[in-house]
Design a protein around this ligand. Structure first.
Ligand code: ADP
Length: 479
C-alpha cells in the first residue's frame, strides 16, 4: 500500500511549495531587515556618543595654574549617570578625571589614540560598552577624553526586534500555508469536477462531452483537448464497429455459399463429375475468403502502423508495364485493349510491392468495371515535380457524390453489381493507404467521354548532384 505522503496530492504539493518558498523569502527578508535596523541603531548610537563627547569636551577647562579640570553642569549631572563613563587622561598617561558608572573599563592606550576619533566596543565584565576616544586640546594643552556608554539597552532593543521577527516567522508561515492550501483547493476544484465528469464517459457513452465553462482559461483549454480526444475515440470506435460488422457480413456471404454447395452436394447421390464441380466451387469460395481475410489482416497491420516500408528508387513506368502485363490476361478475357503511354526514368522513392498492389487494384477495377471490348489507357508522366500514374477506362464512371467514399473500406457504388466481380470494397481503401503512406495522393475524375480516370501522384526521387568534374545522378531516398 502506498502511504499518502509517498505520493502527495497536487494540493499538498502546492501548499508545501508555497510554504517552503514563502519561508525562504521571509527568512531572507527578516535577515535583511534585522541587519539594516541593527546598522541604523549602531550608527545612531555612535552619533549620540559623538554628541555626548562634544558636550563633555565643553566641560573641560583650564585652571589658572595650567591644569585641565572637569566642571559640573547644572542641567545634567554626568557624575551620577549609570550608563556612561567620562574619563580624561593627561598626555603623560595619568588619569585626570573619571565620572559616571562604576564599571571597570580597560585603560586607554594613549599611543594608539592618534589624532582622530576612535570608536571601540570593549567589555566591562559581561557588559559591552561603546567608547569614543580622541585627543582634546584645551588652551593648547593636550589631554585625551574618552566617553563610554553601555550598549546594554541597545542590545536589549535589538534582541526584542529579533525575537519579534523570529517568533513572527512561523506564524506568518503557518498562515501562509493555510492560505496556500485554501487557494490550491479552490484552484483545483474544477479539475476534480472535470475528473468526475470525465469518469461518466464510458465506451457506451462516447457521444457525451465535458462542459466547457470558460474556453479561454487553462481548465477550459484542457477540457477542449479532452473533448477532442473523446471525439477521436468515438470516431475510431465507430470505425471499428463498422469495420467489424462489414467484415463479418462479407465473410458470411461466402460461408453461406459454401454451406449451400455442401448441402446440395450431399442432398442426393451424385456422379464423380458433379462432386468434382461442387468441390471446385467450394475451393473458389475458400480462395475468396482467404484473400478477404488476408486483406483484412493487412489493413489491421496498416492501422496498427506495424508495416514498415522498404523504400528504393522505383521506375514508375517499368512498374506500370509489369502490372499491365500481369493483368493482361484479364483484359484479354474481356476482349479489352490496354494501352501504355509511359515516360522514361520517372523514379519514385517507394516500397515497390506496396505501390505495385495499389496500381494493381486500380487497374483491376478499370478492367472489371469497363464493358467488354473497351480500352483502358495507362499513362506515366512527370507533373509539377511529381510523378503521375493515370488509369482511364470507358466504364460507367463514378457519380460525384461517391468519389470520396469509394476509398472507404467496404464501400461499393452498386453492391449487387460489384459482388458479381468478386470485390469486397477494400481494393481502393488499400490503394489509398499505400499512396498516403508514400506522401502521395489518389483521386478519381470523370472523363469527358464517360468512364473514370484514377490519378496517382507520388513525390519524385530527388536527384542529388555530387561534387566533381562529372555530375553523377544519385537518388536520395527517404524513409
Ligand atoms: P471492389 O472490391 O468492390 O472493387 P474497390 O475498393 O476496389 O472495391 O472499389 C470500390 C467501389 O468503387 C467498387 O465497388 C465500384 O463500385 C467502384 N469502382 C472502383 N473502380 C471503378 C471503376 N474503374 N469504374 C467504376 N466504378 C469503380
Amino acid at each position: 500500500m502506498r502511504l499518502p505522503w509517498a505520493a502527495p496530492s497536487i494540493r499538498m504539493r502546492l501548499t508545501a511549495w508555497y510554504a517552503v518558498v514563502l519561508t525562504a523569502m521571509m527568512i531572507v527578508y527578516a535577515t535583511a531587515t534585522f541587519i539594516a535596523v541593527r546598522h541604523e541603531f549602531l550608527e545612531q548610537f555612535d552619533d549620540q556618543l559623538h554628541d555626548e563627547f562634544e558636550t563633555a569636551e565643553e566641560r573641560l577647562t583650564r585652571t589658572p595654574d595650567g591644569r585641565v579640570t572637569w566642571t559640573g553642569n547644572s542641567h545634567h549631572d554626568p557624575d551620577s549617570d549609570e550608563e556612561r563613563v567620562y574619563e580624561v587622561w593627561s598626555a603623560d598617561g595619568k588619569q585626570i578625571h573619571r565620572s559616571g558608572a562604576s564599571v571597570t573599563l580597560p585603560p586607554v592606550v594613549l599611543a594608539s589614540t592618534g589624532s582622530s576619533y576612535r570608536y571601540e566596543t570593549v567589555m566591562a565584565g559581561h557588559e559591552r560598552w561603546r567608547t569614543l576616544t580622541a585627543p582634546v586640546s584645551i588652551d593648547r594643552h593636550s589631554v585625551v577624553l574618552r566617553v563610554s556608554r553601555s550598549e546594554e539597552l541597545l542590545r536589549y532593543q535589538l534582541g526584542e526586534i529579533l525575537l519579534v521577527l523570529v517568533l513572527g516567522l512561523p506564524l506568518v508561515v503557518v498562515l501562509a500555508g493555510i492560505g496556500g492550501y485554501v487557494l490550491a483547493r479552490r484552484a483545483l476544484v474544477p479539475i476534480d469536477q472535470l475528473a468526475s465528469e470525465a469518469r461518466r464517459i464510458t465506451a457506451e457513452r462516447l457521444h457525451e462531452r465535458l462542459t466547457v465553462t470558460n474556453p479561454n482559461d487553462e481548465i477550459g483549454r484542457l477540457t477542449a483537448v479532452i473533448n477532442d480526444a473523446v471525439a477521436r475515440l468515438e470516431s475510431s470506435f465507430d470505425q471499428l464497429r463498422r469495420f467489424t460488422a462489414d467484415a463479418s457480413h462479407e465473410l458470411r456471404t461466402p460461408l453461406a455459399v459454401v454451406r449451400g454447395i455442401g448441402e446440395a452436394a450431399v442432398a442426393q447421390r451424385r456422379n464423380p463429375a458433379e462432386y468434382e464441380e461442387a468441390i471446385g466451387s467450394l475451393l473458389e469460395e475458400v480462395d475468396r475468403m482467404t484473400s478477404l481475410v488476408d486483406t483484412l489482416l493487412r489493413l489491421s497491420h496498416a492501422d496498427a502502423g506495424t508495416i514498415r516500408l522498404s523504400r528504393e528508387p522505383v521506375d514508375l513506368g517499368q512498374l506500370a508495364r509489369e502490372v499491365t502485363s500481369s493483368l493482361g490476361i484479364l483484359a484479354e478475357e474481356r476482349n479489352q485493349k490496354l494501352t501504355l503511354d509511359v515516360a522514361d526514368g520517372v523514379l519514385v522513392p517507394v516500397d515497390r510491392l506496396v505501390v505495385r498492389e495499389a496500381v494493381t487494384n486500380v487497374l483491376d477495377n478499370a478492367i472489371k468495371y469497363s464493358p467488354v471490348g473497351s480500352t483502358v489507357a495507362i499513362q506515366v508522366a512527370r507533373r509539377d515535380d511529381q510523378a503521375l500514374l493515370a488509369i482511364a477506362d470507358e466504364g460507367p464512371g463514378i457519380p460525384v457524390e461517391h468519389r470520396e467514399r469509394i476509398f472507404h473500406r467496404f464501400f461499393r457504388v452498386d453492391q449487387a453489381r460489384s459482388r458479381d466481380g468478386g470485390g469486397a470494397g477494400l481494393g481502393l481503401a488499400i490503394a489509398k493507404w499505400a499512396v498516403d503512406m508514400h506522401g502521395g495522393q489518389i483521386t478519381v475524375d470523370q472523363r469527358p467521354g464517360g468512364g473514370s480516370e484514377f490519378r496517382i501522384l507520388l513525390p519524385l526521387a530527388q536527384p542529388v548532384a555530387t561534387a566533381g568534374a562529372h555530375k553523377t545522378l544519385q537518388l536520395h531516398v527517404g524513409g
